[in-house]
Design a protein around this ligand. Structure first.
Ligand SMILES: [Zn+2]
Length: 117
């Protein structure tokens, strides 16, 4: 399922990860990264409650999984540390969503991610 809020794929180092947006990923997680098969899965709904995640939550989950992938690519010892990855990814998401670029001619201010922040 393509998503208007996420890319279809991206490269981390030399590896291109496919991004799969699905209703559920697992009962306990909102996302998953698979280093062997190079894909990232992100859920749109909670498997426990059925609640639809907000776009901001979906994007945060995506960048969380990207952060795991970057740290894995670096061979970093914290690549599976959920506390470190969670905080890092929250700050990364905030930086990306708040980024402001100079106007191109005839266009209003542009932002990445399409967030309202
Ligand atoms: Zn994680």
């Amino acid at each position: 399922m393509p998503s208007p809020v996420l890319p279809r794929s991206l490269k981390i180092g030399q590896r291109r990860y496919e991004v799969k947006v699905q209703r559920h990923v697992s009962r306990t997680t909102m996302g998953e990264v698979n280093y062997t098969y190079a894909f990232i899965r992100v859920a749109t709904h909670s498997a426990r409650t059925g609640r639809k995640f907000r776009h901001a939550e979906v994007r945060d989950t995506f960048w969380h999984e990207v952060t795991h992938g970057i740290l894995w690519e670096m061979g970093h010892r914290l690549y599976r540390d959920e506390k470190f990855v969670g905080r890092f990814a929250n700050l990364l998401t905030g930086a990306i969503e708040s980024a402001r670029f100079a106007r191109r001619e005839g266009r209003s201010e542009e932002r990445l991610g399409g967030g309202a922040r």
